[in-house]
Design a protein around this ligand. Structure first.
Ligand code: R5P
Length: 312
């Protein structure tokens, strides 16, 4: 029994299709005063999987998720696996300034106390969010699905992490596709302002390279290369989240300066605040692709199989 909340109906349908399970219909609406209504319209099984991302409008989607979980428990479901492909509030997983709410922890408590028996998410912004749960938890990776997509749009690309935090995504994809990767250094100056510089890294130039050979001994990881190698190549930027697009625009500018033949952009969670897509295309991106963890105009990579495999 698979139930999709209104934020993840299509994804839930695709997961149900992958598993050969049935999709339980729901009815949701808002009362004239703004309060939410939820009705589960199908036959109730002993076990259920609820799929609901908690992206924009975060609070409404979260309330609907809590309604779904607790209502299912009230109706007699014994075990509920809760899939939150995009875990809203996941970026506030600690107190950055004194007095701040640790939002991710509060959300985790709400989900667990509603009756979730297991929580599954995809590329949580910080894996440590799982520590807020006392129930079984999984943090799945969409990198396999994204790598498969990249293999269809680019030949021998170089994979770029727009900040060091995204380097492990770039490495995961580079390993799958057997191509090179690199990263940039990013300083966040405010919620919608970032500064990016090329990283002083790791070079994999062969020792006999006339220009850069002296850097050969700085090799750290097999796939990581100097950004100069982007010259004439198809560059693919990978990040977990695109929000305002500032991070990606900076990275595109640097890649173009360094002679990239083209720059495409992939992400797991296309949060896409305001005109992020326009800003990224205006900066010269060839294409933007995100997963369907969130519904958006660029959600062309499905994580349905990733989720289905974890549920099997
Ligand atoms: C930050 O650490 C994340 O991985 C993303 O790089 C960030 O959320 C992107 O934000 P924006 O699109 O607003 O630059």
């Amino acid at each position: 029994m698979i139930i999709g909340g209104s934020a993840s109906q299509k994804l839930a349908a695709n997961v149900a299709y992958e598993l050969g399970d049935w999709l339980c219909p729901i009815e949701t609406k808002k009362f004239p005063d703004g309060e939410r209504y939820l009705r589960i319209k199908g036959k109730i099984d002993k076990e259920a999987v609820v799929i609901q991302s908690t992206g924009f409008p975060q609070d409404e989607n979260l309330i609907e998720l809590l309604f779904l979980i607790q209502n299912l428990k009230d109706l007699g479901v014994e075990r509920i696996k809760v899939v939150v492909p995009y875990f809203g509030y996941g970026r506030q997983e600690k107190r950055f300034k004194e007095g701040e709410a640790i939002s991710a922890k509060i959300i985790a408590n709400l989900i667990e106390n509603s009756g979730a028996d297991e929580i599954i998410s995809i590329n949580l912004h910080e894996d440590s969010v799982r520590d807020f749960f006392n129930i079984e938890s999984k943090n799945l990776s969409a990198m396999g699905a994204i790598a498969e997509y990249i293999s269809q749009i680019a030949i021998d690309p170089i994979i770029i992490a727009p900040d060091k935090g995204a380097l492990h995504f770039a490495e995961e994809i580079a390993d799958i596709l057997d191509v090179n990767c690199t990263y940039m250094n990013k300083i966040r100056l405010g919620p919608d302002k970032v500064e990016t510089r090329i990283a002083d890294i790791i070079n994999d130039f062969p020792a006999d390279d006339p220009e850069f050979g002296h850097l050969a001994d700085k090799n750290k990881k097999e796939k990581q290369v100097n950004i100069k190698l982007v010259d004439g190549k198809e560059a693919i930027i990978i990040d977990d989240i695109i929000a305002t697009g500032g991070t990606i625009v900076n990275a595109i500018n640097i890649l173009k300066e360094h002679g990239a033949k083209s720059v495409s952009v992939c992400c797991v969670h296309p949060v896409l605040v305001n005109d992020a897509v326009i800003k990224i295309y205006a900066a010269g991106a060839k294409l933007i692709a995100g997963t369907d963890s969130l519904k958006s105009e660029v959600s062309s990579i499905s994580v349905a199989k990733v989720i289905a495999d974890a549920l099997r």
